[in-house]
Design a protein around this ligand. Structure first.
Ligand SMILES: [Zn+2]
Length: 89
């Protein structure tokens, strides 16, 4: 599970002004309020853990298996100038 970093949008308590981290599943809704003082908070994109899992997801999304499963074509130019669907088996 990735760790997400949150900070207060404007004003907040000691916890959220400095920012804090929450362990959340990818499917969890992002937090919108500080658990301690209830001010509006936002998720900070770009934490190390977060970046890694995003990259991993992109790779997985563009894998041949996933493209095929979702009905995409992957056209690659073959030697004689024609495009062939490499996912077609
Ligand atoms: Zn707070």
């Amino acid at each position: 599970m990735p760790t997400y970093r949150y900070t207060a949008k404007t004003d907040g308590c000691e916890t959220c002004l400095d920012g804090f981290e929450v362990l959340q599943a990818l499917s969890d809704e992002p937090l919108t309020a500080c658990p301690s003082c209830k001010v509006a908070i936002r998720r900070v994109i770009g934490g190390a853990t977060c970046m890694t899992s995003q990259r991993w997801n992109e790779k997985k999304l563009l894998s041949d298996d996933n493209l095929r499963k979702n009905g995409f074509k992957k056209l690659v130019k073959s030697g004689d100038g024609k495009y062939v669907d490499v996912l077609k088996t």
